[in-house]
Design a protein around this ligand. Sequence first.
Ligand SMILES: [Zn+2]
Length: 335
Amino acid sequence: MDTLHRFLFDRAPVRGALVRLDASWRDLLARRASVSDGGHAFAPPLRALLGEMAAAGVLMQANLKFNGALVLQLQGDGPVKLAVVETQPDFSYRATAKVVGAVADDAGLAALVNLHGRGRCAITLDPRDRLPGQQPYQGVVPLHGDRREPLQRLSEVLEHYMLQSEQVDTRLVLAANDERAAGLLLQRLPSVGGGHVAGRPDAAFARSADEDQIGRHEDFNRLALLAATLSADELLGLDAEVLLRRLFWQEPLRLLGDANAAPARPRFVCRCTRERVAGMLRSLGQQEIDGLIAERGEAEVGCDFCGAVYRFDRVDAAALFSAGPPPPAEPRQMH
Ligand SMILES: [Zn+2]
Protein backbone atom coordinates (compact mmCIF):
# COMPACT_ATOMS: atom_id res chain seq x y z
CA MET A 1 0.00 0.00 0.00
CA ASP A 2 1.20 3.53 -0.73
CA THR A 3 1.71 5.29 2.59
CA LEU A 4 3.21 8.40 4.09
CA HIS A 5 3.73 8.77 7.84
CA ARG A 6 4.96 11.90 9.55
CA PHE A 7 6.17 11.86 13.12
CA LEU A 8 7.77 13.86 15.92
CA PHE A 9 10.08 12.58 18.62
CA ASP A 10 8.84 13.32 22.15
CA ARG A 11 12.25 13.88 23.69
CA ALA A 12 14.26 15.34 20.83
CA PRO A 13 13.67 18.35 18.56
CA VAL A 14 13.55 16.13 15.49
CA ARG A 15 10.79 15.39 13.04
CA GLY A 16 10.57 12.64 10.49
CA ALA A 17 8.66 11.18 7.61
CA LEU A 18 8.49 7.69 6.19
CA VAL A 19 7.15 7.03 2.71
CA ARG A 20 6.41 3.86 0.83
CA LEU A 21 5.42 3.94 -2.85
CA ASP A 22 3.88 0.65 -3.76
CA ALA A 23 1.09 0.16 -6.33
CA SER A 24 1.72 3.70 -7.61
CA TRP A 25 5.35 2.85 -8.28
CA ARG A 26 4.51 -0.36 -10.14
CA ASP A 27 1.90 1.59 -12.12
CA LEU A 28 4.51 4.15 -13.13
CA LEU A 29 7.00 1.47 -14.24
CA ALA A 30 4.33 -0.46 -16.16
CA ARG A 31 3.24 2.66 -18.04
CA ARG A 32 6.81 3.39 -18.99
CA ALA A 33 7.31 -0.13 -20.25
CA SER A 34 4.28 0.28 -22.53
CA VAL A 35 5.10 3.69 -23.98
CA SER A 36 4.23 3.32 -27.64
CA ASP A 37 6.94 5.36 -29.36
CA GLY A 38 9.40 2.52 -29.36
CA GLY A 39 10.15 3.39 -25.75
CA HIS A 40 11.11 0.56 -23.49
CA ALA A 41 11.45 0.00 -19.80
CA PHE A 42 14.21 1.91 -18.04
CA ALA A 43 17.36 -0.10 -17.24
CA PRO A 44 17.36 -1.56 -13.70
CA PRO A 45 19.86 0.91 -12.15
CA LEU A 46 17.85 3.83 -13.55
CA ARG A 47 14.61 2.33 -12.21
CA ALA A 48 16.23 2.18 -8.77
CA LEU A 49 17.46 5.78 -9.04
CA LEU A 50 14.05 7.08 -10.19
CA GLY A 51 12.38 5.18 -7.35
CA GLU A 52 14.68 6.80 -4.82
CA MET A 53 14.00 10.18 -6.42
CA ALA A 54 10.25 9.61 -6.22
CA ALA A 55 10.44 8.63 -2.54
CA ALA A 56 12.69 11.63 -1.82
CA GLY A 57 10.37 13.98 -3.73
CA VAL A 58 7.37 12.93 -1.64
CA LEU A 59 9.40 13.22 1.60
CA MET A 60 10.64 16.71 0.70
CA GLN A 61 7.13 17.79 -0.28
CA ALA A 62 5.84 16.47 3.08
CA ASN A 63 8.63 18.24 4.93
CA LEU A 64 8.25 21.63 3.25
CA LYS A 65 4.46 22.02 3.45
CA PHE A 66 4.72 24.11 0.33
CA ASN A 67 1.70 24.92 -1.84
CA GLY A 68 3.02 24.05 -5.24
CA ALA A 69 4.96 21.53 -7.27
CA LEU A 70 8.35 20.30 -6.12
CA VAL A 71 10.48 19.22 -9.06
CA LEU A 72 13.57 17.17 -8.35
CA GLN A 73 15.89 16.88 -11.34
CA LEU A 74 19.20 15.22 -11.99
CA GLN A 75 20.86 16.77 -15.01
CA GLY A 76 23.42 14.22 -16.07
CA ASP A 77 26.52 14.03 -18.24
CA GLY A 78 26.44 10.22 -18.47
CA PRO A 79 23.94 8.02 -20.32
CA VAL A 80 21.11 9.54 -18.27
CA LYS A 81 20.75 13.13 -19.48
CA LEU A 82 17.81 13.94 -17.27
CA ALA A 83 15.89 12.21 -14.51
CA VAL A 84 12.93 14.11 -13.12
CA VAL A 85 10.31 13.62 -10.45
CA GLU A 86 7.49 16.06 -9.80
CA THR A 87 5.44 15.93 -6.60
CA GLN A 88 2.33 17.91 -5.74
CA PRO A 89 1.09 19.09 -2.32
CA ASP A 90 -1.42 16.19 -2.31
CA PHE A 91 1.52 13.78 -2.76
CA SER A 92 0.59 12.78 -6.27
CA TYR A 93 3.74 12.36 -8.32
CA ARG A 94 5.12 11.47 -11.72
CA ALA A 95 8.60 10.71 -13.00
CA THR A 96 10.51 10.18 -16.20
CA ALA A 97 14.04 10.15 -17.62
CA LYS A 98 15.88 10.81 -20.87
CA VAL A 99 18.53 8.27 -21.71
CA VAL A 100 21.07 8.38 -24.53
CA GLY A 101 23.15 5.25 -24.94
CA ALA A 102 23.49 2.11 -22.88
CA VAL A 103 23.23 1.88 -19.10
CA ALA A 104 25.43 -0.79 -17.50
CA ASP A 105 23.65 -3.19 -15.16
CA ASP A 106 25.86 -2.22 -12.24
CA ALA A 107 25.84 1.55 -12.89
CA GLY A 108 25.76 3.62 -9.72
CA LEU A 109 24.82 7.29 -9.34
CA ALA A 110 28.13 8.55 -10.78
CA ALA A 111 28.05 6.21 -13.81
CA LEU A 112 24.44 7.17 -14.54
CA VAL A 113 24.49 10.95 -14.21
CA ASN A 114 27.97 12.15 -13.24
CA LEU A 115 30.39 10.41 -15.60
CA HIS A 116 32.54 13.49 -16.18
CA GLY A 117 31.84 15.29 -12.91
CA ARG A 118 29.45 17.79 -14.45
CA GLY A 119 26.15 16.31 -13.29
CA ARG A 120 24.00 18.38 -10.99
CA CYS A 121 20.86 18.21 -8.96
CA ALA A 122 18.24 20.95 -9.18
CA ILE A 123 15.26 21.33 -6.88
CA THR A 124 12.55 23.68 -8.08
CA LEU A 125 9.63 24.92 -6.00
CA ASP A 126 6.91 26.21 -8.26
CA PRO A 127 4.18 27.97 -6.22
CA ARG A 128 0.65 27.13 -7.28
CA ASP A 129 -0.39 30.78 -6.87
CA ARG A 130 2.61 32.19 -8.72
CA LEU A 131 2.05 35.73 -9.94
CA PRO A 132 2.66 36.60 -13.59
CA GLY A 133 6.38 37.17 -14.07
CA GLN A 134 7.28 35.58 -10.75
CA GLN A 135 9.99 32.94 -11.11
CA PRO A 136 9.90 29.54 -9.37
CA TYR A 137 12.50 29.10 -6.61
CA GLN A 138 15.40 26.91 -7.61
CA GLY A 139 18.36 25.51 -5.71
CA VAL A 140 21.17 23.61 -7.42
CA VAL A 141 23.81 21.38 -5.88
CA PRO A 142 26.64 19.46 -7.55
CA LEU A 143 26.94 15.69 -7.39
CA HIS A 144 30.24 15.84 -5.56
CA GLY A 145 31.22 16.45 -1.96
CA ASP A 146 33.30 19.24 -0.39
CA ARG A 147 36.55 17.62 -1.56
CA ARG A 148 35.13 17.14 -5.06
CA GLU A 149 34.71 13.42 -4.49
CA PRO A 150 31.79 12.11 -6.60
CA LEU A 151 28.85 11.21 -4.37
CA GLN A 152 27.63 7.64 -4.68
CA ARG A 153 24.18 8.06 -3.21
CA LEU A 154 21.26 10.30 -4.03
CA SER A 155 20.58 10.64 -0.29
CA GLU A 156 23.97 12.35 0.20
CA VAL A 157 23.26 14.79 -2.62
CA LEU A 158 19.91 15.73 -1.12
CA GLU A 159 21.27 16.02 2.43
CA HIS A 160 23.77 18.48 1.01
CA TYR A 161 20.96 20.43 -0.64
CA MET A 162 18.87 20.51 2.55
CA LEU A 163 21.88 21.72 4.53
CA GLN A 164 22.43 24.53 2.02
CA SER A 165 18.83 25.57 1.66
CA GLU A 166 17.48 25.13 5.17
CA GLN A 167 20.59 25.17 7.36
CA VAL A 168 19.43 22.27 9.45
CA ASP A 169 20.71 18.73 9.73
CA THR A 170 18.81 16.24 7.62
CA ARG A 171 19.28 12.50 7.23
CA LEU A 172 17.76 10.56 4.36
CA VAL A 173 17.68 6.83 3.77
CA LEU A 174 16.32 5.77 0.37
CA ALA A 175 15.79 2.47 -1.40
CA ALA A 176 13.89 1.20 -4.42
CA ASN A 177 13.36 -1.94 -6.44
CA ASP A 178 10.76 -2.90 -9.05
CA GLU A 179 8.09 -3.50 -6.41
CA ARG A 180 8.52 -0.53 -4.11
CA ALA A 181 10.28 2.75 -3.50
CA ALA A 182 10.71 3.91 0.08
CA GLY A 183 12.43 6.55 2.14
CA LEU A 184 12.99 7.80 5.66
CA LEU A 185 13.72 11.44 6.42
CA LEU A 186 14.86 12.85 9.76
CA GLN A 187 15.30 16.55 10.25
CA ARG A 188 16.31 18.58 13.26
CA LEU A 189 13.68 21.19 14.01
CA PRO A 190 15.15 24.62 13.49
CA SER A 191 15.43 26.69 16.66
CA VAL A 192 12.94 29.51 17.01
CA GLY A 193 13.52 32.31 14.52
CA GLY A 194 15.71 30.29 12.19
CA GLY A 195 15.38 27.92 9.29
CA HIS A 196 12.38 27.29 7.15
CA VAL A 197 9.08 29.03 7.67
CA ALA A 198 6.10 27.08 6.39
CA GLY A 199 4.49 28.69 3.38
CA ARG A 200 7.49 30.95 2.77
CA PRO A 201 9.65 29.03 0.34
CA ASP A 202 12.01 31.97 -0.02
CA ALA A 203 12.89 31.50 3.65
CA ALA A 204 14.23 28.09 2.74
CA PHE A 205 17.05 29.79 0.89
CA ALA A 206 17.87 32.42 3.50
CA ARG A 207 20.82 32.05 5.82
CA SER A 208 20.08 31.70 9.51
CA ALA A 209 21.92 31.74 12.80
CA ASP A 210 20.90 28.12 13.25
CA GLU A 211 23.77 26.85 11.17
CA ASP A 212 26.09 27.11 14.19
CA GLN A 213 24.52 23.93 15.45
CA ILE A 214 24.95 21.87 12.30
CA GLY A 215 26.40 18.46 13.03
CA ARG A 216 26.64 19.22 16.75
CA HIS A 217 23.22 18.36 17.95
CA GLU A 218 23.49 15.25 20.15
CA ASP A 219 19.83 14.27 19.92
CA PHE A 220 19.84 14.52 16.16
CA ASN A 221 23.14 12.68 15.80
CA ARG A 222 21.89 9.81 17.96
CA LEU A 223 18.73 9.40 15.88
CA ALA A 224 20.64 9.81 12.61
CA LEU A 225 22.99 7.00 13.63
CA LEU A 226 20.01 4.75 14.28
CA ALA A 227 18.55 5.69 10.87
CA ALA A 228 21.85 4.78 9.22
CA THR A 229 21.50 1.20 10.48
CA LEU A 230 18.34 0.72 8.42
CA SER A 231 18.92 -1.76 5.58
CA ALA A 232 17.28 -1.46 2.17
CA ASP A 233 15.43 -4.74 2.83
CA GLU A 234 13.98 -3.38 6.07
CA LEU A 235 13.04 -0.06 4.52
CA LEU A 236 11.32 -1.78 1.58
CA GLY A 237 9.88 -4.71 3.46
CA LEU A 238 8.71 -3.70 6.93
CA ASP A 239 5.35 -2.24 7.73
CA ALA A 240 5.80 1.46 8.61
CA GLU A 241 4.76 1.24 12.24
CA VAL A 242 6.80 -1.91 12.83
CA LEU A 243 9.82 -0.26 11.23
CA LEU A 244 9.57 2.87 13.38
CA ARG A 245 9.08 0.83 16.55
CA ARG A 246 12.06 -1.42 15.85
CA LEU A 247 14.40 1.32 14.74
CA PHE A 248 13.56 3.84 17.46
CA TRP A 249 12.41 1.49 20.24
CA GLN A 250 14.02 3.64 22.95
CA GLU A 251 12.90 6.93 21.42
CA PRO A 252 9.23 7.69 21.98
CA LEU A 253 7.64 9.25 18.92
CA ARG A 254 4.21 10.45 17.91
CA LEU A 255 2.66 9.88 14.49
CA LEU A 256 1.22 13.14 13.21
CA GLY A 257 -2.32 13.64 12.01
CA ASP A 258 -4.22 11.34 9.73
CA ALA A 259 -1.34 11.21 7.32
CA ASN A 260 -2.95 8.30 5.55
CA ALA A 261 -6.40 9.63 5.11
CA ALA A 262 -7.23 9.07 1.46
CA PRO A 263 -6.32 12.55 0.14
CA ALA A 264 -2.80 12.39 1.56
CA ARG A 265 -1.88 9.06 0.07
CA PRO A 266 0.99 9.20 -2.43
CA ARG A 267 -0.17 8.16 -5.87
CA PHE A 268 0.82 8.34 -9.50
CA VAL A 269 -0.98 11.13 -11.36
CA CYS A 270 0.08 12.62 -14.66
CA ARG A 271 -0.90 16.21 -15.29
CA CYS A 272 -0.68 16.11 -19.05
CA THR A 273 -3.80 17.24 -20.95
CA ARG A 274 -4.77 17.61 -24.59
CA GLU A 275 -4.97 21.39 -24.01
CA ARG A 276 -1.35 21.56 -22.85
CA VAL A 277 -0.15 19.51 -25.80
CA ALA A 278 -2.18 21.80 -28.09
CA GLY A 279 -0.42 24.80 -26.53
CA MET A 280 2.96 23.20 -27.15
CA LEU A 281 2.09 22.49 -30.79
CA ARG A 282 0.81 26.04 -31.21
CA SER A 283 4.15 27.35 -29.97
CA LEU A 284 5.93 25.43 -32.75
CA GLY A 285 4.04 27.47 -35.34
CA GLN A 286 1.56 26.63 -38.06
CA GLN A 287 4.14 26.00 -40.78
CA GLU A 288 5.94 23.36 -38.72
CA ILE A 289 2.72 21.55 -37.80
CA ASP A 290 1.28 21.71 -41.33
CA GLY A 291 4.55 20.27 -42.63
CA LEU A 292 4.41 17.44 -40.12
CA ILE A 293 0.84 16.57 -41.00
CA ALA A 294 1.54 16.72 -44.76
CA GLU A 295 4.35 14.24 -44.17
CA ARG A 296 2.73 11.82 -41.72
CA GLY A 297 -0.99 12.45 -41.92
CA GLU A 298 -1.15 13.56 -38.29
CA ALA A 299 0.91 15.05 -35.49
CA GLU A 300 1.42 12.56 -32.68
CA VAL A 301 2.73 13.60 -29.27
CA GLY A 302 3.44 11.03 -26.56
CA CYS A 303 3.67 12.00 -22.89
CA ASP A 304 7.03 10.92 -21.45
CA PHE A 305 5.54 10.66 -17.97
CA CYS A 306 2.49 8.44 -18.49
CA GLY A 307 2.64 7.16 -22.05
CA ALA A 308 -0.58 8.88 -23.15
CA VAL A 309 -0.61 9.63 -26.88
CA TYR A 310 -2.27 12.75 -28.30
CA ARG A 311 -3.04 12.83 -32.02
CA PHE A 312 -3.86 15.91 -34.07
CA ASP A 313 -5.09 15.46 -37.62
CA ARG A 314 -5.55 18.13 -40.29
CA VAL A 315 -8.85 19.37 -38.85
CA ASP A 316 -7.47 19.48 -35.27
CA ALA A 317 -4.41 21.36 -36.51
CA ALA A 318 -6.52 23.94 -38.33
CA ALA A 319 -8.42 24.51 -35.07
CA LEU A 320 -5.13 25.07 -33.22
CA PHE A 321 -4.34 28.10 -35.32
CA SER A 322 -7.78 29.60 -35.67
CA ALA A 323 -8.94 32.11 -33.10
CA GLY A 324 -12.50 30.82 -32.95
CA PRO A 325 -14.07 27.39 -32.58
CA PRO A 326 -12.80 24.58 -34.83
CA PRO A 327 -13.78 25.18 -38.46
CA PRO A 328 -16.32 22.80 -40.00
CA ALA A 329 -14.92 19.92 -42.00
CA GLU A 330 -14.30 20.71 -45.64
CA PRO A 331 -17.32 20.30 -47.89
CA ARG A 332 -16.99 17.14 -49.94
CA GLN A 333 -17.45 16.93 -53.63
CA MET A 334 -20.74 15.24 -54.39
CA HIS A 335 -20.86 12.99 -57.42
ZN1 LIG B 1 1.04 12.24 -19.14
